[in-house]
Design a protein around this ligand. Structure first.
Ligand SMILES: Cc1ncc(COP(=O)(O)O)c(C=O)c1O
Length: 471
């Protein structure tokens, strides 16, 4: 067997990795340099004879390092991006080192069992029904896709249609009731599933983008036959929670009226709230629904990428996902990871979940939820007290919506100027949104490493840029 000088490669990668991670408290959150500069730094085409791996890795780190956005910085507040928990980082090094194709139990029994345990711990931690099945995928998008594929299977099975065998041509129609303020990945999943965006009936929301139960009830009154409803645990803009108990009651009534019904929860932003006793009132009824999607790479602070699909109906989940092939080793009775996900070959994603949950412990997970919400409130209080900004949402979790008050009334333009100024300075990173027609700044506190000092530093920079822009 060929041997390699693994140590020299590890030394090169390890030195660069430590340099990056240890510099996070001081380093720029957003890099300087445009597309042209980055291409120029990286444009070293493969030569005829190649290069020593350690040299390539050292040069990659040197060339690309200056252009890395510090997602793992405690002052990255854009989109909804988690940081990097040290246990996840360490586990990912092992995942790459062991290089397992974590699809089936027989060829890779170790990582299959680690994933099985991580899945079980997630269900327990989130207080979801013990019988629930779990698939670890690439992100919230694919988790929602997986859950809605299971939903499609189940509501059609209930009317005698086998969608996996017969497809959708000639199938009884499915109506999908989607909240108006819901995330675009739900509609994208419906496209992938052949249901199409026109299968959707929009359900009106309140001013926090929460489903209005009376509106859902009204919508479902006119829906016949197979029905899927999607709601949210943590709206991407407001961070708010739908009224799961009310939704569950309405779904039960619809089901009792003879319409096969499945309720899916997009919990990419805040499914983890179910692990926090302090948030119990917000997630009441969550465990009565049918499937839940979330992200490991958001609030759980796993390395990219990790999405989590959970279904209370394992048979539907498995029927929608599993596949047989003559050359595989299947049916041993042990859990095969590929039975629960759309991928065939796949990374041993469960190791990051396993290690991070063990390291955080139950209290650590709850603390992530509560601490990020507390820091979001700190942001909101400081900005509101400045008189320069108005907080548009009720800050019930880790998301804050900010209207910067422009003397000329063009608040959206001021928001863009403030965000761009702070980003260019490198001290923090914020991103915007259009909420109910208005351009706003969003704050997402999703990093385990963020502390009060990070918030205060970011607030100071924001206010300084706002003052500068408004004179
Ligand atoms: C509410 C919600 N759902 C789904 C997603 C998609 O998740 P991912 O980017 O991991 O696919 C996001 C991403 O921000 C989200 O905020």
């Amino acid at each position: 067997m060929h041997r390699s000088d693994w140590k020299s490669v590890l030394d090169a990668a390890g030195a660069a990795a430590l340099d990056h991670l240890e510099s996070l408290p001081q380093r720029r959150v957003y890099p300087e340099g445009d597309h042209e500069a980055i291409r120029a730094a990286l444009d070293h085409p493969p030569t005829e004879t190649g290069l020593d791996p350690a040299q390539v890795v050292a040069e990659l780190a040197g060339d690309l390092g200056p252009y890395i956005t510090a997602h793992a910085s405690g002052r990255f507040f854009g989109f909804v991006i988690g940081g990097l928990h040290p246990a996840s980082w360490g586990a990912e090094i092992l995942v790459s080192t062991w290089d397992q194709n974590a699809a089936l139990f027989p060829p890779t029994p170790g990582v299959a069992v680690a994933e099985e345990l991580a899945a079980q711990w997630l269900v327990e931690l989130l207080r979801l029904p013990a019988e629930s099945s779990v698939g670890l995928v690439t992100g919230g998008q694919m988790a929602t896709f997986t859950c809605l594929a299971a939903a499609r299977h189940e509501v059609l099975r209930a009317v005698g249609w086998d969608v996996e065998a017969d497809g959708l041509l000639g199938a009884p129609p499915i109506t999908v009731a989607v909240k108006e303020g819901g995330h675009s990945t739900v509609l994208r999943a419906l496209r992938f599933l052949g249901l199409g965006e026109r299968a959707v009936v929009a359900v009106p929301c309140d001013d926090q983008d929460n489903v209005r139960p009376d509106a859902l009830e009204r919508v479902l009154r006119s829906v016949r036959g197979p029905t899927i409803v999607t709601v949210e645990c943590g709206n991407v803009n407001t961070g708010s929670f739908d009224d799961f108990a009310a939704v569950a009651d309405i779904a039960d009534a619809h089901r009792a009226a003879g319409h096969p019904t499945w309720v899916h929860v997009d919990g990419a932003v805040m499914l983890l709230a179910a692990a926090s006793a302090a948030m119990a009132a917000r997630v009441r009824g969550l465990d009565r629904l049918d499937s839940w999607s979330t992200d490991g790479h958001k609030l759980l602070n796993l390395a990219y990428d990790c999405g989590i699909a959970i279904c209370r109906h394992p048979s539907a989940h498995r029927a929608a996902m599993s596949v047989q092939a003559s050359y595989l080793e299947q049916g041993t009775g042990a859990r095969d990871p590929m039975d629960w996900v759309p991928e065939f070959s796949r990374r041993a994603r469960g190791l990051g979940v396993y290690a991070t949950l063990r390291s955080l412990g139950r209290e650590g997970v709850a603390d992530l939820v509560e601490r990020t919400a507390r820091l979001a409130r700190r942001f909101a209080a400081a900005l509101a007290a400045s008189g320069r900004a108005v907080i548009v949402n009720e800050v019930v979790s880790n998301q804050v919506l900010v209207r910067w008050l422009a003397p000329d009334g063009d608040h959206g333009r001021l928001a863009e100027i403030v965000m761009a100024g702070v980003r260019a300075e490198g001290v923090a990173f914020f991103s915007g949104t259009t909420y109910h027609g208005e351009r706003l700044m969003r704050i997402s506190v999703s990093d385990w490493a963020t502390d009060e000092d990070d918030v205060d530093l970011a607030v100071e920079a924001l206010l300084r840029h706002a003052a500068h822009a408004t004179g």
